[in-house]
Design a protein around this ligand. Structure first.
Ligand SMILES: NC(=O)c1ccc[n+]([C@@H]2O[C@H](COP(=O)([O-])OP(=O)(O)OC[C@H]3O[C@@H](n4cnc5c(N)ncnc54)[C@H](O)[C@@H]3O)[C@@H](O)[C@H]2O)c1
Ligand SMILES: O=c1ccn([C@@H]2O[C@H](COP(=O)(O)OP(=O)(O)O[C@H]3O[C@H](CO)[C@@H](O)[C@H](O)[C@H]3O)[C@@H](O)[C@H]2O)c(=O)[nH]1
Length: 434
């Protein structure tokens, strides 16, 4: 099947490779000329495990091509839209990129198409896209048949290709049997995972899923503040809770809050959807509030422990919003950098993939090639992202090269007993230490 993917960001790039590996002929389109030039050289401008080698083999087999020109979609039966839907100033999803693509499609479309909305969009957006295309066609005096299908994406950064190739579920909102047939063919390798539903249900499932996962995280983070006060350990508490299959062990890992390009913006967008519909989403409001205050609570704990931070040398290990990505969007580590800067600390940092993007925002930080370089002669270490290179550091040796062995573990990624045995003053999140 010939498929065009519009918007070659994290989702578009991953879907292009996954669809290529599933045997489709893929055309990747983006307005960003540099991005397309990079893809054409076989270089993916994002870091995701397994993507580049698969891209190269697909390019060699001529199964994937790239273009800046949307009118190249002519021979594609399916057009997938994966452009960004960032938060507007008022929290609503900014649909301007989607609307622009819809306008362009209305202008250039000459043959029947199934248009698949991959981006995360509020309920009703597929109808909006449909109207924009119809209006453009009217202006051109043509009537070319098309159907809009909602097919939200559930991949996680850091394991995006795995998630796209072996999804737990594929949600598809469409109305006609013809669209169902095409979507079954598109996902022929994983067709047993498809849930067909209405377009509006499908649009809602995406926001509901992210909001629920964010709720689990804020729940455990708030509880963490309590456990350490009452002499309990949130890691053990979460483990005990998670053994009940009705609760489940996943997304109960306490830390410095959720970040990334999705949870903060999608919870915000769902709150705005509630506001527009005059339905108060008070639980979700609390989820957001806890997430914002979690990082402040953690920073305050650091300050209380260290007295003041003025001119103190402090190392931040991990900058990305989670391990195995180069994405720093809404990363909690950046809020820690803000706090340290405001309080006059001298900051060094290490991250395997996030230093390039961070250095343009925080040029005053001393970026180091290894975690050991970053922590040398520091008076405190903050673990902000649990990259394997950081968690598996030789912490025993590390204790000998710091000025003071004070360790703040923002991800509960280290063993507190082991750390204390090696001489650290260890502070985790919701971890009771004597
Ligand atoms: N990042 C994730 O992990 C993830 C996972 C699931 C769903 N989503 C959703 O998928 C969507 C895309 O997210 P992302 O992180 O890949 O975005 P991104 O910002 O990384 O990439 C978006 C791409 O769209 C391109 N673009 C913008 N306007 C265009 C146009 N008119 N024509 C062609 N290309 C255009 C941009 O140049 C950019 O390369 C969002 O709605 C997001 O919420 C993201
Ligand atoms: O127990 C947990 C699990 C996650 N996090 C944090 O939550 C954030 C998001 O993590 P994760 O969900 O793994 O990453 P994303 O790549 O943002 O993926 C989420 O957002 C995507 C975009 O919508 C969806 O497609 C995915 O299904 C959804 O998991 C990160 O900052 C994590 O550190 C925690 O603090 N505790």
């Amino acid at each position: 099947m010939n498929v065009a993917v519009i918007g070659m960001g994290y989702v578009g790039a991953t879907m292009s490779v996954a669809l290529g590996l599933h045997g489709h002929q893929v055309l990747g389109i983006d307005v960003d000329k540099e991005k397309i030039a990079s893809f054409n050289k076989g270089i993916i401008p994002i870091y995701e495990i397994g993507m580049e080698e698969n891209l190269l083999s697909l390019m060699e087999a001529k199964q994937i091509t790239f273009s800046e020109d949307l009118s190249d979609i002519d021979t594609c039966q399916v057009v997938m839209i994966a452009v960004g839907t960032p938060a507007s100033a008022d929290g609503r999803a900014d649909l301007s990129y989607i609307e622009e693509v819809a306008k362009q499609l209305g202008k250039v479309m000459n043959r029947k198409k199934i248009i698949v909305i991959k981006s995360t969009v509020p309920v009703g957006t597929c109808d909006v896209v449909s109207h924009i295309i119809q209006d453009e066609q009217k202006r051109r005096g043509v009537s070319i048949p098309f159907e809009i299908v909602s097919n939200p994406e559930f991949l996680r950064e850091g394991r995006a290709l795995q998630d796209a190739l072996y999804p737990e579920r594929i949600v598809i909102g469409c109305s006609s049997s013809q669209a169902k047939k095409v979507m079954n063919e598109l996902y022929h390798k994983v067709a047993d995972k498809i849930l067909f539903t209405s377009v509006r249900n499908s649009e809602m499932i995406k926001y509901a899923s992210n909001a629920f996962l964010a709720t689990k995280i804020s729940f455990v983070n708030e509880l963490a503040r309590l456990t350490e006060r009452v002499g309990a350990d949130i890691t053990e508490v979460a483990r005990g809770m998670g053994m009940d299959s009705r609760i489940g062990e996943k997304f109960l890992h306490a830390g410095i809050g959720y970040g990334g390009s999705c949870f903060p913006k999608d919870t915000e967008a769902l709150l705005a959807i509630g506001k527009d519909a005059e339905v108060e989403l008070s639980l979700l409001q609390a989820v957001k509030k806890v997430n914002i205050s979690q990082i402040k609570w953690f920073c305050q704990k650091m300050k209380t422990c260290m007295g003041h931070l003025q001119n103190k040398k402090i190392a931040v290990l991990g900058l990305t919003f989670k391990p195995n990505t180069d994405d720093i969007r809404e990363a909690p580590a950046l809020r820690i950098l803000d706090f340290l800067m405001e309080n006059g600390a001298a900051v060094s940092a290490f991250d395997p993939k996030g230093m390039k993007a961070t250095s343009s925002l925080y040029p005053e930080v001393n970026y180091c090639a290894t975690p050991l370089q970053a922590i040398r002669n520091t008076e405190a270490i903050i673990l902000a992202t649990e990259w394997p290179e950081i968690v598996k550091l030789d912490w025993k040796t590390a204790a000998k090269i710091v000025a003071k062995p004070i360790l703040f573990d923002g991800r509960n990624a280290l063993n507190p007993v082991e750390m204390e045995n090696w001489g650290y003053h260890y502070t985790g999140v919701g971890v009771f230490t004597s």
